[in-house]
Design a protein around this ligand. Structure first.
Ligand SMILES: Nc1ncnc2c1ncn2[C@@H]1O[C@H](COP(=O)(O)OP(=O)(O)OP(=O)(O)O)[C@@H](O)[C@H]1O
Length: 318
């Protein structure tokens, strides 16, 4: 097989098994206003599939800039990111404010072009749920809102009711289908956004700090819905700063100033690999309660059988 064929076969194989692969991806933003009118400057991407606003600043993403270093007026906010999200994964993306989490989420969703590197997506539809519940509501009623994406996708009218109903029922909002969206709580609005994604048959859901404006009960219910979707085969990318949400993930990628500085399991993140220091300590993320209890027990000489991440796992570890 010649090199070209081999590469194509590998790519096809990849597209079957995987949803998103980022290889050497960098994203730059112009800091002094982009290149208006240039087809290559599309940092503020309007997509018919985007539910909500993507970036509101007057600067624009730079595409096709093959230069490696930041020059005057251009700032790289993601650099050399290699990350693979496989079908059915639940990956948490964490990092401080400004570390590049949302930018990464938007790149994964295809809403933001990369300046350098390759971003490959498999066949599945990728949808984003944004932080601000109000940013992604477009309909006046729950029903209208969930149908909005379907209209954009030109789904035949006769197919819409079944798809909208199934999606609303999945998130527990079917009874509210005629409600005015202004009467929904923040948590219900986020669930409505998820329903919109489901109606559009999203395979990959990217939650961009989607719980950060919610009360504890709404947070828990959004997490439950995400966990349920994951169980039924959806891929979940969960961007967060909450460490007790990180433990729900199968994998964690930590960003620091636009670079991936850790990738591994939550257990490896909070407890360290093979005796190494805990990456969460090194990166100054306070571990969740169960991890703190486990560490305190170990310090008093208690040998634990497992490394608990959730409160309900502490008993089993003793
Ligand atoms: N459209 C834009 N134009 C210019 N700079 C941008 C733009 N969007 C983001 N940035 C900058 O890129 C960096 C990364 O931003 P990003 O929103 O991805 O970080 P984040 O980790 O999601 O932060 P937060 O937790 O505050 O949402 C920040 O310094 C931000 O100011």
């Amino acid at each position: 097989m010649n090199a070209g064929k081999h590469e194509r076969a590998r790519t096809e194989e990849f597209a079957r098994v995987s949803e998103i692969q980022l290889k050497d991806v960098s994203v730059a933003f112009a800091t002094t206003g982009g290149t208006p009118g240039s087809s290559e400057a599309r940092g503020h991407v309007e997509s018919s599939e985007a539910r909500g606003s993507v970036g509101s600043s007057d600067v624009e993403g730079i595409v096709g800039n093959s230069g490696g270093s930041a020059k005057s007026g251009i700032r790289f906010v993601l650099q050399e990111v290699d990350l693979e999200v496989r079908r059915g994964d639940w990956i948490a993306i964490i990092g401080r404010n400004g570390s590049g989490k949302s930018t990464l989420g938007r790149v994964m969703a295809g809403l933001l072009p990369v300046s350098r590197g390759v971003c490959e997506r498999g066949d599945g539809r990728v949808q984003l749920v944004f932080q601000n519940p109000d940013a992604q509501i477009v309909g006046e009623t729950v029903w209208e809102d969930v149908c909005f994406g379907l209209e954009n996708l030109a789904v035949p009218t006769e197919e819409m009711p079944a798809r909208a109903e199934a999606a609303l029922s999945k998130v527990g909002l079917l009874e509210k289908k005629d409600a005015d969206v202004s009467t929904l709580s923040g948590g219900q609005k986020q669930l409505l956004a998820v329903a919109g994604c489901l109606a559009m048959q999203a395979e990959v859901l990217i939650f961009d700090e989607a719980t950060s404006m919610l009360d504890p009960e709404s947070r828990a219910s959004l997490l439950r819905v995400a966990a349920d979707l994951h169980l039924t085969g959806r891929t979940v990318v969960w961007i967060t700063q909450w460490m007790d949400e990180v433990v729900r993930a199968e994998r964690v990628a930590a960003l620091e100033t636009g670079r991936v500085v850790f990738e591994g399991t939550p257990e490896q993140f909070f407890y360290g690999r093979d005796g190494e220091d805990s990456p969460s300590d090194r990166l100054h993320f306070a571990p969740p309660y169960a991890v703190q209890v486990a560490r305190a027990l170990e310090q008093t000489g208690v040998a634990l059988r497992t490394r608990p991440l959730l409160p309900e796992q502490v008993g089993d570890a003793l």
